[in-house]
Design a protein around this ligand. Structure first.
Ligand SMILES: NC(=O)c1ccc[n+]([C@@H]2O[C@H](COP(=O)([O-])OP(=O)(O)OC[C@H]3O[C@@H](n4cnc5c(N)ncnc54)[C@H](O)[C@@H]3O)[C@@H](O)[C@H]2O)c1
Length: 282
């Protein structure tokens, strides 16, 4: 997709961080933006910032984990702009600092509700809208470098599990949309300077409400000193949409860890060759 002028993009989690960075990049390219987020006040500030770029911007309060809320946001996009071309399923929450066996059931419901069902709800609502006009478009799902490996020492299994799921959904979607004129990308960033580690403060009531995760907050200081500006990530995503790239990486620091994960899988195939009976197992 090359021409963004007058096209419509919806971005979830657009009130701050990476979502706002992507919304800015798309607006700078000429797209009108529907900003969708859980938090109405920062959402309105973000909407005004996008409008100053010179495009039309609409803010919709949304909880991506709720299918009806996502459907209402889709309707709001159509009411405002008549058609949808780009969907960025970006809203997400952190679940770092707790070993898998200690993550509470409420926390599982929340992190899966936002990070996985949020993307599913976005796909179910926005993809038919993009298909319907036949002009093509693009879907971006925000995964993480944690879609590609589980980083040791951070107790981030629950988070990584949800981001692996985003990769599977994105791979499937790319296959299913082949030939439709609708591209698919998965954004897999490393550390980006955002409020992600504060997400527990805005946990919706139906998942147990606002709470503190000191073990996660403690990760902020070291992390933020090396984290990337979300505006740069936004520009990277724009480029990926233009070039129809599937994997969108922003950091190279994890290259060795991810490569050795693949090496381990390759070695397991070699081991299968070695110990399994030599019958046709393909
Ligand atoms: N910051 C990083 O280092 C990093 C790295 C890899 C991936 N990511 C991913 O990037 C995405 C954006 O996160 P960010 O880092 O910009 O953090 P952020 O906290 O700045 O932005 C996330 C936004 O999502 C919104 N949100 C949270 N729950 C929601 C819900 N139920 N419905 C609608 N909106 C909701 C928040 O209000 C917030 O504005 C997430 O999917 C995150 O997992 C972040």
């Amino acid at each position: 997709m090359r021409d963004f002028k007058g096209k419509t993009a919806i971005v979830t989690g657009a009130a701050s961080g990476i979502g706002l960075g992507i919304a800015k990049a798309l607006a700078n390219a000429g797209a009108n933006i529907v900003l969708a987020d859980l938090r109405p006040e920062p959402l309105e500030i973000a909407r005004q910032a996008i409008e100053t770029i010179g495009v039309r911007a609409v803010g919709v309060t949304i909880d991506v984990s709720d299918p009806d809320s996502v459907a209402a946001a889709g309707k709001a996009a159509l009411d405002a702009f008549g058609a949808l071309h780009i969907a960025v399923n970006n809203a997400g929450v952190a679940m770092h600092g707790t070993p898998v066996e200690k993550v509470t059931l409420e926390e599982w419901e929340w992190v899966i509700g936002v990070n996985v069902k949020g993307v599913i709800n976005g796909i179910r609502t926005f993809v038919p809208m993009i298909r319907s006009h036949g002009q093509g478009g693009h879907v971006v799902n925000t995964g993480s470098v944690s879609s590609l490996f589980v980083r040791e020492g951070r107790n981030q299994g629950a988070y990584a599990m949800t981001k692996y799921a985003v990769l599977a959904l994105s791979e499937a979607l790319e296959q299913e949309l082949a030939g439709s004129g609708i591209g698919v990308s998965i954004l897999c960033p490393g550390g980006v300077n955002t409020s992600i580690f504060d997400s527990a403060a805005t946990r919706p009531d139906r998942f147990g409400g606002s709470y503190r995760r000191p073990e996660q907050e403690a990760m902020k200081s070291g992390f933020l000193t090396t984290a990337l500006d979300p505006v740069i990530v936004g520009r990277r995503v724009l480029r990926a949409i233009q070039d129809n790239e599937f994997y969108v990486l922003t950091h190279t620091g994890e290259r060795d860890a991810i490569t050795s994960r693949f090496d381990r899988i390759r070695a397991a195939f070699d081991r299968a060759d070695e110990v399994m009976p030599t019958i046709d197992r393909s």
